[in-house]
Every structure is written in C-alpha cells, then in structure tokens.
Design a protein around this ligand. Structure first.
Ligand SMILES: Cc1ncc(COP(=O)(O)O)c(C=O)c1O
Length: 482
C-alpha cells in the first residue's frame, strides 16, 4: 500500500548533498594539511561577513549552489579538526559521531516523547545509566540529556530549590520564601552565576567561596562564606563545586565539600561539564573522588568525549528528583493521567523539542568502546602535564600552576628582561594575536588574579609533542620580535 518509491528522490538528493559536502570538507583539509605555515582560521570583520551571508539569501534568482555555499561556510570556520587547535573546550567530533548524527537529523527530529523517537529515547536512557554507573551512583539514580552544560546547571539549581525549599516556589513564586543563595567556587563557570540570576535569586544569591593557589575550593573557607550569606539574610540551600574549573581545569575536593553539605543540609551540585570525563580513566578518576555523594551532576559529551555539539548528561543521585524540576501540565503531550514516566523526557527538561542527543556518544561507546575514549582522555591529560614540564624547564616561561586536566595556563616572561606586570600582560595579548592571525595554532588567554596567561586546552587527539614544541618555539620567536 505504501509508495516508498516516492521517497527515492529524497534519498538520491540526500546522497548527492552529502557527497557535495564531503567533497568540500575533504578539499578544506587537503588545503590545510600541507600548508604548515597557513593560519588555522580565517577571520573577517564580523559586519562584513554577516553582510556577505545576508546578501546570498536576498538574491533574486541566481541561487547559490550547495557546493559554493558549503565552501563559503567552511572558509570561515575555526578549524578544530587540525592539531594546532588548542583553544576552547570543544572536542573535534569523531567521524563516527558526526556521521551517525545524520540519522537523528534525518528521521527523528523531536526526542521528547517516546512514540516520536523510540530508539533515540532508549539510547538516552542507556547513556544516562552509563554516566550514572561511571559516577558510582546506586540503583535509584537517573536523569536526562539536555542541550549543554549551561542549561544543565540551570535545571539542576532549579531542581535543588524545589527539593530543598519547603515553600512551593514553583507555584507561589519566589516572594513566598525568604531570599535564597548558593555557595559557589570563585572559579565557577559564568553559567552558574547566570543560572542563579535567571532563577531570580539576584546578585547576592551567589556567595563565592575562596579557592587556594591551585584554584580549588579551600574547605576552610566554606563556613565563612556560609556565614556571610546568612548575615545578609539569605537561606543557603545549595553548593556548586567544579570538576573541573573552566579557567585552569582544577578539581575541587569533593569529599570535604560533601561532608560540609551533609552536615548543613545543602544540595551539592557538581559542574563536571568538562572534567567528569576523567571518570572513565583509571589513571585520573581519583580527581573525582566523592562525586557519588553529589545530589546532581552535569557532564558534557561535546567537551571531552569527542561528540558534536551538544549533549549534556543532567544526572541525579535520586532519579526521582529529576521529576521535581518542573511541574508543568501539558495534557496533550503527557496524556490525561499526568503520569511521570521516564520515557517522555520532556517532563524533565527545559526543551520540548530536542534532538536525539545521545546517539553520537552511544555510537562511540558501542562501536569504538569505552577504552578508546578513556585512552583519549588520558592522553590529553598526560600531554598537558608533559607540556607544563617543558614550560617549567624553560627560563623564558612561567606556569600558572601544574594542571590537573588538559587546560594549561602559562606566560612568556623573558629571563633577561625586566618588564612590569602590565607590560607582561600586554605582551601575552600581542603574542596570542600574532599566533592566531599568523600561525596554524589557535590558543586563548585568561586572567588569573590580575595576571594574563596564555591558555591551551589540549583537546584535539592529533595534537602531539612535536606540535607543542613548535608552539613553544613560535611563542619565543614572536616574543623576541615584539
Ligand atoms: C565548567 C563548565 N561548566 C559549564 C560550561 C558550559 O557548558 P556548555 O558550553 O555546554 O553550555 C562550561 C563551558 O566551557 C564549563 O567549562
């Protein structure tokens, strides 16, 4: 009865389109791979580039071909697939993960309700369960996949406020309770501060907890921060720890923090967006000792698990808490029973429609195996420690700290020159500008206690020791020229 023949034009157009795009990608990489001195990225004035793209869709007739368009898009992308990419915390996606994502884009658009995406939703549960097992959570754990660590952090803090605050603030609003606050590492990602303010707790809703010289929470500073917030008339209901922090990749001491939270009835949320992936490494999972005591955890697969953007595990020690984030009524989707089942994830996420986020990571686990991913994580952490030793051995460099993870901060500081702090800070900025504009490396910078550092996230699996030695050489060369 069904006329699948009608789908043939769809399938052949898809095949043609994929071939065209694949050719453009191949061309891009071929051009880059032998041009060792070419730039990693191509930057144009934002207004100029935006105008060019706008012009393309405003044309009357004279449509652009897919080949021309894909080339144009690829001309202005930051090339995270090349070994010189050592910038932000986004892993270059694995080819398997990219390819399998097409299934989701082709056939299963909404991964919100079971009947719309049975395999997508079953796979989501497998990923959530896998993450919960790696954390060391018990049988009652659970969670969902969501669109990014920032949204995961927001949802976790919303859930925490519903569980820990007696008044029904979801129904009655925030004015039904006393002012609330959250204890947060002074090294937290900005999404935490943003989440607290979106939730309406205000600026004072964030109480920073001091960190030590390694940018890890000082357990001795927690009580003081708690008391400061109480003095401001706040009820402190949650604590956010880093595993690991964004700027320096530092892991907070979770057991000490969990002790404090248990003694003081605080919800413990661990932001593991970047660093929870070390859980799959036998060598480095000790950084996360105590994580199984957290009430909620965020873990991104688009950072250290080679997946395309984006897929975040939002995980709860007590899986029932995941159903307390929202008490939304949408009978047309949930059915009249309002039954809160696990297989319609929209009960528990901000998103209504979301892609089948778990498919890329599931494929890597199923086809490559966890060991491959673990080797990747370990190799990136190992090479970062190797790199910092090179920096320490060179009198023209200074490290900010010895990194736990694969985030490395250091600065060029010529041994035979006396520069002021501001001159040195300026020098790092100029070096980075030259590196990203004139070499085939991409690096970033950060400011720690008023000192500007060059910052690498050594995240590309292809980046090896020889690339990093080249980078050191280049920085020195540029430094001398400047
Ligand atoms: C520690 C930490 N938390 C949260 C985030 C935000 O995650 P996402 O970019 O997935 O929203 C980041 C991003 O770098 C991060 O480093």
């Amino acid at each position: 009865m069904q006329d699948f023949g009608r789908l043939n034009p769809f399938v052949s157009e898809l095949e043609e389109s994929v071939k065209t795009i694949l050719n453009s990608i191949t061309e891009k990489f071929d051009n880059n791979s032998d041009s060792i001195n070419s730039k990693l990225m191509n930057l144009k004035e934002p207004d100029e580039l935006a105008k060019e793209f706008e012009e393309i869709i405003q044309r009357n007739g004279n449509r652009i071909t897919l080949k021309e368009l894909s080339k144009k898009i690829l001309e202005y992308t930051n090339n995270a697939q090349l070994p010189g990419y050592a910038g932000h915390q986004n892993s270059p996606p694995h080819p398997l993960a990219i390819a399998v994502d097409m299934i989701s884009r082709t056939l299963i658009n909404p991964n919100s309700v079971y009947e719309l995406s049975p395999s997508g939703i079953a796979i989501e549960k497998s990923i959530v369960n896998w993450m919960c097992r790696k954390i060391g959570y018990g049988e009652s754990a659970g969670g969902v996949l969501t669109s990014g660590g920032s949204l995961g952090n927001l949802t976790a803090l919303l859930t925490a406020s519903h569980v820990k605050i007696d008044n029904d603030i979801w129904k009655e609003g925030l004015h039904s309770t006393e002012p609330l606050s959250v204890l947060v590492s002074d090294q937290s990602h900005y999404s935490i501060k943003r989440a607290v303010q979106i939730l309406g707790f205000g600026e004072e809703g964030i109480e920073p907890v001091e960190t030590d010289e390694g940018y890890k929470i000082k357990p001795s500073a927690i009580k003081a921060a708690h008391e400061r917030s109480l003095k401001k008339g706040r009820k402190v209901f949650a604590f956010v720890a880093n595993s690991c922090s964004t700027a320096t990749g530092s892991y907070d001491p979770l057991n000490e923090i969990a002790d404090y939270c248990e003694e003081n009835d605080l919800w413990l949320h661990v932001d593991g967006a970047h660093g929870a992936s070390a859980l799959i490494s036998e060598k480095y999972n000790h950084y996360l000792n105590g994580i199984e005591r957290a009430d909620s955890i965020v873990w991104d697969s688009h950072k250290m698990l080679l997946c395309p953007s984006l897929c975040t595990g939002l995980l709860f020690k007590d899986g029932n808490d995941s159903f307390k984030s929202f008490t939304l009524k949408a009978a047309y989707l949930f059915g009249e029973s309002q039954e809160r089942n696990w297989f319609d994830p929209l009960h528990r996420t901000v998103e209504c429609t979301k892609p089948a986020l778990g498919i890329p990571l599931y494929t890597l686990l199923a086809v490559l195996g966890e060991k491959e991913l673990s080797n990747y994580v370990e190799s990136r952490y190992d090479i970062s420690k190797w790199f910092i030793e090179k920096i320490k051995d060179d009198e023209n460099f200074e490290e900010a700290l010895v990194p736990d993870a694969n985030i490395v901060c250091f600065r060029y500081k010529p041994a035979n020159k006396n520069f002021s702090l501001s001159e040195l800070n300026e020098l790092q900025n100029k070096i980075r500008d030259k590196i990203i504009n004139e070499s085939n490396f991409y690096i970033v910078q950060t400011i720690l206690n008023g000192v500007t550092y060059l910052r690498l996230t050594i995240i590309n699996p292809l980046t090896d020791e020889s690339d990093l030695l080249k980078l050191i050489y280049l920085i020195k060369k540029i430094g001398i020229e400047l």
